[in-house]
Design a protein around this ligand. Structure first.
Ligand code: NA7
Length: 542
C-alpha cells in the first residue's frame, strides 16, 4: 500500500497514528465517505498498548469501560477476561477491532510522519514520511496520543554503557530475558511501579533509582465477573451514556474498584486513633478516603501522613520505608499510580532502593550508573522516565500552518488550542484529545470517541455546506485557554509544591502550563457539542 517517492497520494483525510484514536478515526471517516489513511510509526496497531510492552504493563481503568462503545455487535461479541486489562489483552482487542472492520487496508504501519505543511492556496495539507512518501489531503487528524513521546534524560556517558539500555515505553517486541542479570531501573512513576515486582521476580538484582517518592495505591486485580459482563451486554448503550455523564468518563459499571469511596467525614475532624484504625481496613486507600483531602492542603498532609504510616507498616527496613515515604507534595497533584506488591518488593533481598535525594545520578559509565553516593554496576539499564506529555508527539513533527509558522514555535510559551481540537493558524488540522481537552484527566477511550465523532460531524458539516476550511478564532481560543486555567485553580494539580508532567515539569525548558481540562468530561462535552450545534461558533469556516 505504500506510495512511490515521486507521487503524491491524494486523500480526504490523513490520520497520524493507529492507537485507539487513529483506529476509530479510520473506521468512522470511512463510514462517512471520506477516503482516509492512517500512518503509524509502529509495526503494529495499538499506540500506547503497542509500545509500552514492559513487564507488568496494565491499564488502571476497567476493561468494560476502557473499550469502544461505537459498535453494539463488537461489544456483544468481545469477552474481556480481567477487570483491569493487561497490555496484551488490550493489544489483542485492538487488533480484533482492526480485522473485524477491515481497517488494515487503510492503515500503513512502520511509517513515521516527519512533516505536515499547509498549502494556503489549495487549502490542503502535504504530509511527508520518513520513507520520503507524500500524501495530500484537505484534512489532517493528529491521533498521536498524549503520552507517546518518550523522555529519556540526557545523562552524560550514556553511549559508553557496555550493557543493554531499555525504555519501558519502547520495550522490544519479542521481550527481554532479564534472568540472572543485574538491572538498574530509573523512574518510579506508573511504569516503574508496575515493572518493579515483575523485574524483581526475574532479575538477579534490581536497583530502583528513585528521584521523587511515589504515592502508589494498590491496583485492583481479578477476573471479570461473568455476570457483570452479561449485565453490561444487556444494554451497552445505556452504560456508555453513563460514562459520558461521569466526571472522569468512568461510570463504575466495569467492576468493583475496592474501597475508594469518599465518605462524608473530614480527616481534620477525626481523632488520630480513628484515622489509624482505617488503615487496618482500607490500607493505603485510607489516606485519600476523606472529604477534605482533595480540597484542603492541611487535610491532604494529614492524609499523606496516613500513607507514610502504611509504608512503614509494609516495608521492613525503617530506612528504606522512610526513603519510600512521599513528602513535600500533596496526594492528587500527580496522576495516581497503581501497583501490586510495589512496596513489598523492597523487602526482597534482590531489590535495592537508590534514593537519589541522597546523591543524584551523575553519569552512565561503561559498567553501570554513577551517582553522587556511589557506583552501581549493572548489566541492563531501564529508563522508566516518562513522556513529553500532551504536546511531545505533535512537536516532533514539523507542522507548518499559515505563513509557514511552525506549531512547536507557536506553542513555545505553552500550547494553546480551542477545545483541544484545533489551534489558530493551523486550519483543517485536528487533534484528538489535544491540550485543553479532558484527555488524560478522563477515561481516554471515552474522550477519544467523543473527539473523533466531533471531527467526523464537523467534516460532514463542512462538506454539506460547501466549506473548505475551519480554524478557531483567536478570541475563542484565548477564551477557552482562560477557562482551562481558571478551572484548574485551587486544585491539587496546581498546588505550589506540585511538580508533574501535567504541568510539563518533567521536561527541561518546557513552559509550565497546566495542559488538560479539569472541568470534567460532561461539562466539556456539553460545551463542545454546543459549539457544533451553533454552526461551529468560535471557528471561522472558509
Ligand atoms: P512518569 O509518571 O512521568 O514517571 C517518570 C519517572 O521517572 C518519575 O519517577 C521521574 O521522577 C523519573 N525521572 C525522570 N527523569 C529522571 C531523571 N533524570 N533522573 C531520575 N529519575 C527521573 O512516567 P511513567 O511512564 O511512569 O507514567 C506516565 C503515565 O503513563 C502515567 O501517569 C499513566 O498515565 C501511564 P520525578 O517524579 O520527575 O522526580
Amino acid at each position: 500500500m505504500t506510495a512511490s517517492k515521486d507521487e503524491v497520494t491524494d486523500l480526504d483525510v490523513v490520520v497520524v497514528g493507529a492507537g485507539f484514536a487513529g483506529i476509530y478515526a479510520v473506521y468512522l471517516l470511512r463510514q462517512l465517505g471520506f477516503s482516509t489513511r492512517a500512518l503509524e510509526m509502529g509495526d503494529g496497531v495499538g499506540g500506547t498498548w503497542y509500545w509500552n510492552r514492559y513487564p507488568g504493563a496494565r491499564c488502571d481503568v476497567p476493561s468494560l469501560e476502557y473499550s469502544y462503545g461505537f459498535s453494539r455487535d463488537l461489544q456483544l461479541d468481545w469477552e474481556w477476561t480481567e477487570i483491569m486489562p493487561a497490555r496484551e489483552e488490550i493489544e489483542e482487542y485492538l487488533n480484533h477491532v482492526v480485522d473485524r472492520f477491515d481497517l488494515r487496508r487503510d492503515i500503513q504501519l512502520g511509517t513515521r510522519v516527519t512533516a505536515a505543511t499547509f498549502d494556503e492556496d489549495e487549502a490542503r495539507w502535504l504530509v511527508e514520511t520518513d520513507h520520503g512518501e507524500r500524501f495530500s489531503a484537505p484534512f489532517c487528524v493528529m491521533a498521536t496520543g498524549c503520552l507517546s513521546m518518550p523522555m529519556v534524560p540526557d545523562v552524560p556517558g550514556i553511549d559508553s554503557f557496555e550493557g543493554t539500555i531499555l525504555q519501558t515505553s519502547m520495550w522490544p517486541r519479542d521481550g527481554v530475558d532479564l534472568s540472572g542479570l543485574r538491572v538498574g531501573m530509573i523512574g518510579t512513576g506508573s511504569s516503574g511501579v508496575q515493572a518493579t515486582p515483575e523485574i524483581a521476580n526475574e532479575a538477579a538484582h534490581l536497583y530502583v533509582f528513585q528521584r521523587t517518592d511515589t504515592y502508589s495505591f494498590p491496583a485492583y486485580r481479578g477476573m471479570l465477573d461473568p455476570e457483570l459482563q452479561r449485565t453490561f451486554k444487556t444494554n451497552p448503550d445505556q452504560f456508555r451514556r453513563m460514562q459520558r455523564d461521569a466526571f472522569f468518563g468512568v461510570a463504575g459499571f466495569g467492576g468493583a474498584l475496592g474501597p475508594a469511596s469518599i465518605p462524608d467525614r473530614k480527616i481534620l475532624e477525626t481523632p488520630m486513633e480513628e484515622r489509624l484504625a482505617l488503615l487496618d481496613t482500607m490500607g493505603f486507600w485510607a489516606a485519600r478516603a476523606w472529604a477534605d483531602v482533595a480540597v484542603d492542603l492541611e487535610a491532604n498532609e494529614a492524609g499523606c501522613e496516613l500513607f507514610r504510616e502504611m509504608v512503614r507498616r509494609t516495608v521492613q527496613d525503617p530506612d528504606v520505608a522512610e526513603a519510600l515515604s512521599p513528602r513535600g507534595y500533596p496526594i492528587g497533584c500527580k496522576r495516581p499510580v497503581f501497583g501490586v506488591d510495589y512496596y513489598e518488593s523492597f523487602n526482597r533481598d534482590n531489590v535495592t532502593l537508590v534514593d537519589l535525594r541522597k546523591g543524584a545520578i551523575e553519569a552512565i559509565t561503561p559498567t553501570g550508573i554513577r551517582t553522587a553516593q556511589g557506583d552501581y554496576d549493572v548489566d541492563v539499564i531501564i529508563f522508566a522516565t516518562g513522556f513529553d506529555a500532551m504536546v511531545g508527539a505533535l512537536n516532533r513533527i514539523d507542522i507548518r500552518g499559515r505563513g509557514g509558522q511552525l506549531l512547536r514555535e507557536v506553542w513555545g510559551d505553552g500550547a494553546r488550542a480551542l477545545l483541544g481540537l484545533q489551534s489558530v493558524g493551523f486550519p483543517n488540522l485536528f487533534m484528538v484529545t489535544g491540550p485543553g481537552s479532558p484527555s488524560v484527566l478522563a477515561n481516554m477511550v471515552v474522550a477519544i470517541e467523543h473527539h473523533v465523532e466531533w471531527i467526523g460531524d464537523c467534516l460532514t458539516y463542512l462538506r454539506d455546506h460547501g466549506h473548505h476550511t475551519i480554524e478557531p478564532t483567536l478570541a475563542a481560543q484565548d477564551d477557552w485557554v482562560e477557562q482551562v486555567n481558571t478551572v484548574a485553580q485551587g486544585t491539587m494539580f496546581v498546588a505550589p509544591t506540585c511538580n508533574s508532567w501535567y504541568l510539563g515539569d518533567n521536561i527541561p525548558g518546557k513552559p509550565r502550563v497546566f495542559l488538560p481540562y479539569i472541568g470534567g468530561l460532561p461539562r466539556y462535552i456539553e460545551h463542545a457539542d454546543g459549539v457544533a450545534t451553533a454552526g461551529y461558533e468560535g471557528f471561522v469556516l472558509g
